[in-house]
Design a protein around this ligand. Structure first.
Ligand code: V47
Length: 353
């Protein structure tokens, strides 16, 4: 059987075979990825109505790709008070938003309670609002800073009302690349250990991959393989999210940008390799909306959400400082030939638009 036959027969492909897929013609690869997508989701494309909040940009870490952190190229330092955060949350709940995605920089000045108590305040006021918060990178930072074990911190997150964990901070798991782009932050094995422990508590999370910088194709496949291994053991990942590197205002200094062709190939391969993760997210913030719409034909079945406001990727050049209008979002999905299905944060279907 050749690789394409194996994929159509539902057989798992190896690291070497996944690497060979990059040499396939883009449209042949797209057809294979679409075959896998349609087996699970037919023509449905998921989205949710969500809001991102990034409460502080003060950061102890020094990731080269980051334009958001005030310790890098961003001179505008800020840290929100809980009242400021609650003001946003009060407003979004009134407007029907169902998920709040809270991710911060690693701020050593606020104390642990500033990070945790806000979840309790939100959950007490709005038990039905899904709180997706704290990346594994933040978890690791807080544990080091405040002398907690991962187990202790994850339990505190649950006690305070965190429902699921976002997939940030995974970057690229290859240790050499990781050392170059974000030395000193949570290591690959620590990132995976934190998510494993979270899944063992019966909780779900996402996983990202930052690509299009110095990594090679083999590093992306290695990243996917490490994710597939953990997912085999826990089943706790809801979605895989390939994040396209944004080049502005940071210290990575990449001269040659990744092509749309390579982005689509990577999306398609992730759909094929990650046979145990139901959802592949085309995150329009970093891919552009147009390419995310095309990616629906290359394996992606999820377009994240309306977002409203986003600070991390937009600091590096993404057009996401403001989110997308809901009706416009729905119209775009429909016009691209897919069925817009609003989902909740755990991928239960809420409404077909
Ligand atoms: O971890 C930072 C990335 C991530 C840049 O779980 C950059 O549903 C591109 O993880 N270019 C945070 N990316 C965002 C994130 C996320 C986003 C949407 C949904 C979910 C989810 C998670 O942003 C960081 C980092 O990998 N990032 N700088 C940059 N220059």
């Amino acid at each position: 059987m050749n690789i394409a036959e194996k994929i159509r027969a539902g057989e798992r492909i190896s690291y070497d075979e996944a690497l060979v897929l990059y040499d396939y013609d883009l449209f042949e690869l797209g057809e294979l990825a679409d075959f896998k997508r349609q087996q699970r989701h037919k023509k449905k494309s998921y989205f949710n109505i969500n809001r991102h909040i990034n409460p502080t940009n003060v950061c102890k870490d020094i990731c080269k790709f980051c334009a958001y952190s005030a310790s890098r190229k961003n001179p505008h330092q800020y840290t929100m008070t809980h009242d400021e955060i609650m003001h946003i949350v009060n407003d979004i709940v009134q407007r029907g938003i169902k998920e709040v995605h809270i991710v911060s920089a690693h701020n050593p000045q606020t104390g642990l309670q500033w990070y945790l108590e806000i979840f309790k305040k939100i959950k007490t006021a709005y038990p039905q609002l899904h709180v997706k918060a704290l990346t594994a990178a933040e978890v690791h930072f807080l544990c080091e800073e405040y002398d907690k074990t991962y187990d202790e911190l994850l339990d505190l997150m649950i006690e305070n009302g965190v429902d699921s964990m976002p997939g940030g901070g995974a970057e690229i798991f290859d240790e050499q690349v990781r050392d170059y782009i974000c030395k000193g932050k949570v290591s690959s094995s620590q990132w995976l250990e934190i998510h494993q422990k979270w899944h063992e508590r019966g909780k779900m999370s996402n996983v990202t991959m930052l690509f299009g910088h110095v990594e090679k194709r083999r590093d992306r496949i290695d990243h996917m393989m490490r994710i597939r291994d953990l997912q085999d053991r826990t089943g706790g990942f809801n979605a895989f999210i390939p994040l396209v590197y944004q080049s502005e205002n940071n210290y990575l200094n990449i001269q040659e940008f990744i092509t749309a062709h390579e982005i689509l190939k990577t999306m398609a391969i992730s759909r094929i390799v990650l046979d145990n993760i139901a959802n592949i997210k085309a995150y329009w913030v970093t891919s552009t909306v147009n390419l995310a719409l095309v990616a629906q034909e290359f394996g992606a079945n999820d377009l994240d959400g309306t977002i409203e406001k986003e600070s991390i990727n937009s600091a590096a050049g993404a057009a996401s400082a403001q989110g997308l209008n809901l009706n416009e979002f729905v119209r775009l999905i429909k016009n691209s030939g897919f069925i817009p299905v609003e989902r909740d944060s755990l991928y239960n279907e809420l409404k077909t638009w």
